[in-house]
Design a protein around this ligand. Structure first.
Ligand code: ADP
Length: 421
């Protein structure tokens, strides 16, 4: 997840010590990591951010950054499990007077990857919500168990505090059946809950809204193609603030070429690898999720390194870049057609926000669609949403930094904030 901690936003002491519960802790629990940010919802400012990684190993690492002043602190020592990790995070927060027992803490917002068809909105977590997230494990075997562990641990530490699940899939639940259903036997699909769910929804929601704001319009008046290009990558078509199609599917494997995932390909490749290549299901899963995409094509998944190699004339890197761009263009064209009228294309996440050559190449040759990139504007770097299309362009092209933590905190606080105010 791309983090964009705002620059040290020191609140005056008299404001910081106000008794209102206006803080939200955002937790993103992975199988061996926990990322967190503490935000003050009066202005969305960051009070602290950090990461625990390699949980369960001898060399677990906790990095904590207070964002109201003070240096980052780092410790490398065994952290056995998520409970120990969260306790260590709580201890770090407490050192800055921001502990989990603080009366200013209004809620904890949890990123949950898969909410299936059930969860269309952020949801206050209770036993039935936990059971439903658990029921969805078969469609998110890697992510939902880790998310559940994080939630259960946080609930044990602060049972009295509202805890909210914000789902990666929720923004995409507005897709029409024509976009969400695969063209396979309906009974089989329903029995196994096979459909397009889409992911990165928190980012697509935030960025599509921020793009409307950049254009000075209300979200309901704007059609946007959002290109979330991180290590994982997805595109979405957003009509009037509602998602109508997205490139990831039952799992995050479908769609664009990603850092290590193949994205779209003929599903028969899998039968071929089984029958002719003698590969097992797990081997193919690993191949397509971890050893494909950019890394499979050229040995690198970092766009900075790939660009460096391209500039040096490396042919493999060039081909990987070209395949990446070709796929991106196909999705821009497809979603242009799905939307009919496009007001803006927004680039976001690590590659989208930083890689000017990717933005330029993806839009090149699309002048007939009203799309162009101004190379001077495209070269400007920055943390703010900005336009990179020429002034008179029919369709705006924008760079809009994503902020999934702020979106999770905002949705969480909107749900529980009033009761604390
Ligand atoms: P994720 O959340 O999916 O892990 P991010 O959104 O943080 O990913 O994006 C990470 C990717 O962004 C890196 O793998 C790298 O390819 C790309 N990236 C980051 N900075 C730059 C840069 N300055 N130029 C080009 N690519 C960049």
């Amino acid at each position: 997840m791309t983090a964009h901690p705002s620059p040290a936003t020191a609140l005056p002491d008299e404001v910081r010590s106000a008794p209102l519960a206006t803080r939200v802790l955002v937790l993103n629990s992975g199988s061996s990591s926990v990322k967190y940010q503490l935000l003050d919802m009066r202005d969305g400012s960051r009070l602290a951010a950090g990461l625990v990684e390699r949980i369960g190993e001898e060399t677990s690492r906790l990095k904590h950054t207070p964002l109201t002043g003070g240096e980052s602190r780092e410790q490398i020592a065994p952290i056995a499990d998520h409970e120990a990790a969260l306790k260590a995070v709580a201890a770090e927060l407490a050192k800055d007077g921001l502990g989990l027992d603080s009366p200013e803490l209004a809620a904890i917002g949890h990123r949950v990857v898969h909410g299936g068809k059930t969860f269309t909105d952020p949801t206050v977590i209770d036993d039935s919500v936990l059971a439903e997230i658990e029921r969805l494990i078969p469609v998110a075997p890697l992510h939902n168990p880790a998310n559940l562990t994080g939630i259960r641990t946080a609930m044990a530490l602060r049972p009295d505090l509202p805890q909210v699940a914000v789902f990666d899939t929720a923004f995409h639940t507005t897709m029409p059946e024509s976009a969400a259903r695969y063209a396979i036997d309906v009974k089989t699909a329903d029995e196994h809950r096979i459909r397009r769910y889409g992911f990165h929804g928190t980012s697509h929601a935030y960025v599509s809204r921020a793009t409307a704001e950049l254009l000075g319009k209300a979200p309901q008046d704007v059609n946007v193609i959002v290109l979330h290009l991180g290590n994982g990558a997805s595109a979405s078509a957003v009509r009037g603030g509602r998602c109508v199609d997205t490139s990831m599917g039952l799992t995050p494997l479908e769609g664009l070429v990603m850092g290590t995932r193949s994205g779209d390909m003929d599903p028969a490749v899998i039968f071929h690898l089984m029958r002719v290549g003698g590969m097992s299901t797990d081997e193919i899963d690993t191949l397509l999720n971890k050893k494909s995409g950019l890394i499979g094509l050229c040995g690198d998944n970092d766009m900075r390194e790939i660009r460096r190699r391209v500039d040096e004339g490396d042919e493999r890197a060039r081909l990987a870049f070209d395949i990446y761009i070709h796929r991106l263009k196909k999705y821009i064209g497809a979603y242009y057609a799905v939307l009919g009228r496009v007001d803006a294309i927004a680039f976001t996440a690590g590659v989208g926000e930083n890689a000017a050559p990717v933005r330029e190449a993806a839009i090149a040759g699309l002048e007939e669609l009203g799309l162009a990139v101004d190379s001077d504007l495209n070269a400007v770097r920055g943390d703010e949403p900005r336009l990179i299309s020429p002034r008179d362009a029919r369709v705006a092209v924008a760079v809009v930094p994503t902020d999934e933590e702020l979106e999770i905190a905002t949705q969480t606080y909107a749900l529980v904030g009033e009761s604390n105010a």
